[in-house]
Design a protein around this ligand. Structure first.
Ligand code: ZN
Ligand code: ZN
Length: 390
């Protein structure tokens, strides 16, 4: 599987440039050999969803046409791709009708095998990744404020979206993977990781803060790892049962609340400053979650529902001066910051690697809640070929 990436316009390039350092053409003849090997002709193939039954393990491996190549593009020879909940929402048209045929997957890592001449921040052979966003206008107030993910004109997703020229996108917004992180480790951070990283950072997670993470899945497990590494005083996992308690404590949680225990909300009332909710259900006990907040506490929802959230008693927030909000992924700058943080702090996500050929079964297993805590598909053929080309 390989994807075509449109390189950010100069606004974004400038920012990513500050984080990378590969402007100089190499004079080493060995590089020319590597270039030749990497630029061998290739076709784009992927697990394609043809209709909403794809979510039941019916994706089809076939060729597809990526967006038209330009000198602003990068092609990635994909080695790894995490499976995110949004992939499944999209496969089954849960967030609205998907644009089939659709190649989901947006926690992508691999090697740059073709780099357009306008691209400054990536060089051939770099280990790079791309997350959930592939384009934005790069001119609006939000884009100019490092918030491309909140672009006024709308963000274009890495899958199930179209570029302005009408061609379907399969990727964009590349970031370099720092030394100290493998492709497998970095992949699930590109969407799952940053989705939780951003609201924690933005809302002051760190020393002096008591943080709660609702749901210990792909997103929630990152919440625990990040909050712990950021130095929060308390990191409390809120889950339905005790089943994942041992894992949570291993990840660094200092407390665990099982909502099937009677009186859990009362017992833990006013104990948390910041709650990040990674779950979404019309039945979630949102009023009880609010009880956990201390005065001036914040409740940030990142789990995006296919349905609606339950009606809520806002008095619980009014009476303590609390705030409720939402958060969506993060910008390329956020992703780069997070990856570097993970490398510096030696943080490894809890992942299960599975062969790319196993994608259909992995989607089914993920939907059944069996992932501990993120499936990462491995394109073993590409891993081998890339090793051989070095
Ligand atoms: Zn914009
Ligand atoms: Zn995602």
């Amino acid at each position: 599987m390989s994807k075509s990436i449109k390189e950010p316009t100069p606004v974004a390039t400038g920012r990513i440039l500050a984080l990378t350092n590969h402007l100089k053409e190499s004079l080493n003849p060995a590089d020319d050999i590597q270039k030749a090997k990497m630029s061998a002709p290739y076709k784009f193939q992927g697990w394609m969803a043809l209709d909403k039954d794809a979510a039941k393990g019916n994706m089809v491996w076939q060729e597809y046409e990526p967006k038209t190549w330009t000198d602003d593009d990068v092609d990635i020879k994909i080695t790894h791709c995490g499976i995110c909940g949004s992939d499944i929402h999209t496969l089954r048209s849960g967030w609205g009708q998907a644009d089939y045929p659709c190649c989901v997957g947006h926690e992508i890592t691999g090697t740059a095998v073709k780099v357009g001449k306008n691209v400054k921040q990536i060089k051939l052979g770099d280990r790079i990744g791309v997350g959930a966003q592939s384009a934005s206008c790069l001119e609006c107030e939000q884009c100019l404020n490092n918030e491309e993910h909140y672009c006024v004109k709308g963000m274009i997703g890495t899958y199930n979206s179209k570029y302005a020229d009408g061609s379907k996108t399969y990727a964009h917004f590349t970031v370099k993977i720092p030394d100290g992180l493998t492709n497998a480790e970095a992949a699930p951070m590109l969407c799952g990781g940053v989705t939780v990283w951003k609201p924690l950072k933005e809302n002051g997670a760190g020393p002096g803060k008591r943080v709660g993470i609702i749901g210990l899945g792909g997103l929630g497990h990152f919440g625990v790892l990040w909050a712990k590494a950021l130095g929060c005083d308390e990191v409390v996992v809120i889950s339905r049962s005790d089943a994942k308690k041992a894992d949570a404590m291993k990840m660094g949680a200092t407390g665990f609340i099982a909502t099937q225990d009677k009186g859990w909300a009362k017992k833990n009332t006013r104990t948390l400053d910041l709650i990040v909710s990674t779950v979404s259900s019309p039945n979630m006990p949102i009023d009880d979650y609010f009880k956990l907040l201390r005065a001036h506490g914040q409740f940030i929802q990142v789990g995006a529902p296919e349905d609606v959230l339950p009606s809520l008693n806002i008095l619980a927030m009014i009476s303590k001066g609390c705030k409720m909000g939402g958060s969506l992924i993060g910008s390329p700058a956020d992703i780069s910051e997070m990856l570097q943080f993970a490398a510096d702090k030696n943080i490894s996500p809890y992942i299960q690697e599975r062969p790319m050929s196993d994608a259909n079964q992995a989607v089914i297993d993920m939907e059944n809640g069996e992932a501990r805590y993120r499936y990462v598909l491995v394109n073993e053929k590409h891993v081998k070929e890339l090793k051989a080309s070095l």
